[in-house]
Design a protein around this ligand. Structure first.
Ligand SMILES: [Zn+2]
Length: 112
């Protein structure tokens, strides 16, 4: 499962950060996950629960902020949020190239 390795590397970042700040506990972890990142939010939550056990983040709340790719249609000028498989303008049907949505990182930690 891809999400497990993502959760492991994100937890490593969080723990490193907490250690650098002499934290005893991580209370909250906020992640940013884009809809083009290829990561399922549900699977990531599940994986996080597994990797946080027996760490100082054992009781940490996980907050996932989801972002979406944005697309601009050169043909008709429409701007819209694009999903993973949206490659056509919903207004005129012209092909578009969505940008962004590939975010995948630890945004914020609340430590104690
Ligand atoms: Zn269009």
């Amino acid at each position: 499962m891809h999400e497990l390795s993502v959760a492991q590397s994100m937890m490593a970042v969080a723990l490193e950060n907490a250690a650098a700040n002499n934290a005893k506990k991580i209370l909250r972890i906020e992640l940013v996950v884009g809809n083009m990142s290829g990561v399922s939010v549900d699977a990531l939550r599940f994986a996080f629960d597994a990797v946080k056990a027996d760490t100082i983040a054992g009781n940490a709340a996980l907050v996932i902020q989801e972002t979406a790719a944005a697309a601009h249609c050169a043909a008709c000028g429409a701007n819209f949020e694009a999903g993973q498989y949206d490659f056509f303008c919903p207004a005129c049907g012209a092909p578009v190239l969505p940008k962004g949505g590939d975010e995948l990182y630890v945004k914020e930690l609340e430590i104690e």
